[in-house]
Design a protein around this ligand. Structure first.
Ligand code: SF4
Length: 338
């Protein structure tokens, strides 16, 4: 299939994620993290109130290597305090862990879960549960960067976005905030830029034609570093740190290629197409990049792929669902191990 027209926010977002993997940080000469450090890229994560389109986690290389020892799955909010505070020597769990602020019986359940995943060790001592760490949980996150994607930045989109970016700057949950938009040939109009908080950076992309590579972004406005360690109106410093750790964990577990878990690669019309060094889903029935929400079991054009396709060892382009899933899973795995 020829390079698809990137005609939805969804496919634009996937290509921004791929670019971030190839070209982060946009102002650095290096194409592999701000100073050669690895990055983990994910999408559609944040807090209940605010979900970011693209998230870039800049990682400490040694910390990331140590994090990998805990496996590929995210460590969730119940498990993380246990993993972080489990002592080097056996100890009664209530002595070792911080007060959870909810009944301890939930902590006991989480300890069983953490032990079953091999994250910590547990044993019974009389009728007491004791825990011990297997390895220290590392400080693997250096910075968290949020990117809001809006390929078509007209005046009404800019107005809606400015509130969201204001919120991001105020809460400073991320260290840096960017807006990513389509390149029109003109620079982003100054009138539009004026609507955004000056702390937010602006990136422009042109994915038409060559698709995505490490040089696909132009920096139109540089962001300011936010004080992610300071308390904000909404969170004290400890709560902010806790939320940042959870966002980083979820990004680590999810990556950005988890689309096959929500879309329908088992539909006969589901294909993937190359766009430079990225790939985007394409719907053969619609003749375009479909959105994540329309490619669901509610789609009126859904047709299951014929069973005989599954035995063919289909190629990457236009392959059956399982092939697409495996391809994206392999790439997600490779991204974690860079
Ligand atoms: S027909 Fe519907 S379910 Fe099938 S690939 Fe297209 S959008 Fe997805």
């Amino acid at each position: 299939m020829s390079t698809p027209t990137v005609d939805s926010e969804f496919s634009f977002e996937l290509l921004v994620c791929r670019w971030a993997e190839l070209g982060w940080h946009p102002t650095a000469a290096s194409s592999d993290g701000a100073d050669g450090a690895p990055v983990i890229v994910s999408r559609q994560l944040g807090t209940q109130r605010r979900r970011w389109d693209t998230i870039v986690i800049e990682c400490d290389p040694a910390g990331l290597a140590a994090r990998r020892e805990f496996g590929d799955r995210a460590i969730d909010g119940e498990l993380l305090p246990i993993v972080r505070h489990a002592p080097a020597e056996w100890a009664y769990y209530r002595d070792a862990l911080p007060d959870p602020g909810y009944p301890w019986r939930y902590v006991r359940e989480a300890i069983h879960r953490a032990a079953a995943r091999g994250l910590v060790e547990k044993r019974k001592n009389g009728n007491r549960i004791e825990i011990r760490r297997k390895r220290p949980y590392p400080d693997w996150v250096r910075r968290i960067v949020a990117v809001e994607n809006k390929p078509d930045l007209d005046a009404s989109a800019a107005a809606a976005l400015s509130d969201q970016l204001e919120h991001d700057v105020e809460t400073a949950l991320a260290d840096e905030v960017w807006l990513a938009t389509g390149r029109t040939g003109d620079r982003v109009e100054p009138a539009l830029l004026r609507q955004f908080p000056v702390e937010a950076g602006v990136l422009t992309f042109d994915f038409a034609g060559p698709g995505v590579d490490a040089d696909a972004a132009t920096v139109d406005w540089l962001p300011s570093e936010l004080d992610a360690a300071a308390p904000s109106e909404r969170f004290d410093a400890a709560e902010k740190a806790r939320r940042r750790r959870l966002i980083a964990e979820r990004a680590y577990g999810k990556g950005w290629r988890s689309i096959t878990e929500t879309m329908r690669p088992d539909c006969r019309w589901f294909e993937v197409a190359r766009a430079g060094r990225g790939i985007v889903p394409v719907c053969g029935a619609k003749g375009r990049c479909q959105t994540e929400s329309e490619c669901s079991s509610r789609c009126g054009s859904f047709e299951p792929e014929p069973p005989q396709w599954r035995t063919k060892g289909w190629p990457i382009d236009g392959g059956p669902g399982q092939g697409v899933r495996e391809l994206l899973e392999r790439r997600r795995e490779r991204a974690r191990r860079r």
